[in-house]
Design a protein around this ligand. Structure first.
Ligand SMILES: Nc1ncnc2c1ncn2[C@@H]1O[C@H](COP(=O)(O)OP(=O)(O)O)[C@@H](O)[C@H]1O
Ligand SMILES: [Mg+2]
Length: 431
């Protein structure tokens, strides 16, 4: 597992320190405070390559650049098979690269990274581990398998052939073969989708164009259509891609481990950005729990560490029943300005987990820092109304105008009415 990250003079903050939990790690915070950046850093500490360095087609996952003119370092610690190790890497300005400690690093297990733009990366200990000790040990292995969004669907070309056939070819091949891969893919699709009409079920293979000879997988949708996967909604495509990628990674890993005569990985680290991306609330409410379940069921003997960024209050509400402070952690990124300071700084704080009960309450918690889970107009009117309630001498005409405004902004059943009406009647604003 990834135990800690300590950054100096790299990223939005001058210094960033994080002690990660062994199972679930949730990152929250406003746009631009460095959640995705931290996931890129996490990927690098585990694999020593930036995603865009492995695959130049990527527009995200670039090498971290130090803040101007300052010494920068990335320190981190990992535990792998029976071994814990701490590392520190400094930025070498002359080489414009992060120095990497020599020697065989700790094997972090299978590392999977789902980026927000639909690119996916995997680092497989059976296929990407640094095993080369001299120039005579055969050709270089790929550093990692890094897929641009399109390559996940159409396949990942390598230097000497295809590294991966992609979702469309693999799914249709697996479906025709009716073997273990198709069974696993179907089970993963089932686990990641809500019960009822929205269950993701593979339909019959089809062709979509005279110019594309591939058999196209479809989804059987409740309105009586088998919809080609490339026409499916963005949310469904996100889930399909996740389901396929997990299935592919695990199968290839098992296969490669067999070939090498090795045990399969006993550890899986899964980085996922904006875990709710494109998903309807019904799906958002499932995603963390079902992903953990899927990975645990796939790799029965492996420990699973999940590091996920989210902007969804529902995701936080949904994990309340499973969150366990012994093995899970919540980190909140915030802009802070201390007294006397001219500028804001970004701070990452490990927060105590306090159940909020529902998504609205999460919106007004430290995770999202909103004044209320309402429109800006309703929030302003309610603030005015709260002032009015406190002020015994509040002008009656103004109170009546405010009453009219509240009627256009609040629902008829809003709990605020009880107090407003009680005080209003007592003071004679409302008759
Ligand atoms: N390759 C990079 N090198 C250095 N800093 C970066 C790099 N990429 C992003 N950043 C920093 O991260 C910020 C963007 O944060 P990001 O992680 O995308 O935000 P979010 O929290 O919304 O995911 C940028 O403003 C910049 O400070
Ligand atoms: Mg982001």
């Amino acid at each position: 597992m990834l135990e800690s990250i300590h950054l100096k003079n790299v990223g939005p903050a001058a210094e960033t320190k994080l002690d990660l939990a062994p199972r679930l790690n949730i990152l929250t915070g406003d746009n631009g405070l460095g959640k995705s950046f931290l996931l890129d850093i996490a990927w690098w500490t585990l694999t020593r390559k930036w995603p865009a360095e492995v695959n130049p087609k990527l527009t995200t996952g670039q090498m971290a650049r130090p803040r101007n003119g300052e010494e920068a370092s990335i320190a981190f610690s990992l535990t792998g098979k029976a071994k814990r190790q701490a590392y520190s890497s400094a930025f070498n300005r002359y080489q414009q690269a992060w120095t990497i400690p020599v020697g065989r690093p700790v094997n972090p297990g299978l590392v999977i990274y789902a980026q927000v733009d639909g690119s996916f990366s995997v680092w497989d200990p059976a296929r990407n581990y640094w095993r080369k000790k001299s120039m005579t040990e055969g050709p270089e292995r790929p550093h990692a398998y890094v897929f641009s969004p399109r390559e996940v669907w159409d396949g990942l070309p390598g230097e000497r052939g295809m590294l991966c056939n992609g979702l469309i070819n693999d799914w249709s091949g697996w479906q025709k073969e009716r073997g273990e891969s198709f069974r696993l893919l179907s089970a993963v699709l089932d686990a990641l989708s809500p019960d009822g009409e929205e269950k993701l079920t593979p339909g019959a293979l089809t062709r979509i164009s005279l110019d594309d000879v591939r058999d196209m997988p479809t989804l059987r949708l409740p309105y009586g259509q088998d919809v080609p996967v490339i026409h499916a909604s963005a949310g469904m495509r996100r889930i399909i891609a996740l389901a396929y990628f997990l299935t592919w990674c695990w199968h290839e890993h098992v296969h490669a481990s067999k070939l090498l005569g090795q045990e399969v990985a006993d550890q899986i680290i899964f980085l996922i950005d904006e875990i709710e991306a494109h998903l309807h609330p019904r799906w958002q409410r499932l995603i963390v729990k079902s992903l953990l379940e899927v990975v645990n069921n796939m790799a029965l003997a492996a420990r699973v560490q999940l590091i996920a960024a989210t902007h969804s209050p529902l995701v936080l509400a949904s994990i309340e029943p499973v969150f366990d402070e012994q093995q899970d952690a919540w980190f909140d990124f915030d802009l802070v300005k201390s007294e006397g300071q001219e500028r804001h700084t970004v701070q990452i704080e490990k927060k105590d987990w306090v159940r909020q009960g529902d998504a609205s309450s999460w919106l007004v918690s430290d995770a999202f820092d909103l004044g209320s889970a309402r429109s800006v107009e309703a929030e302003e009117a309610l603030n005015e109304a709260a002032e009015a309630l406190k002020d015994e001498t509040f002008d009656h005409k103004k109170a009546q105008a405010l009453d009219q405004k509240l009627r256009t902004l609040l629902s008829d059943t809003d709990p605020f009415w009880i107090r407003w009406r009680f005080v209003g009647e007592k003071r004679g604003w409302i008759r």
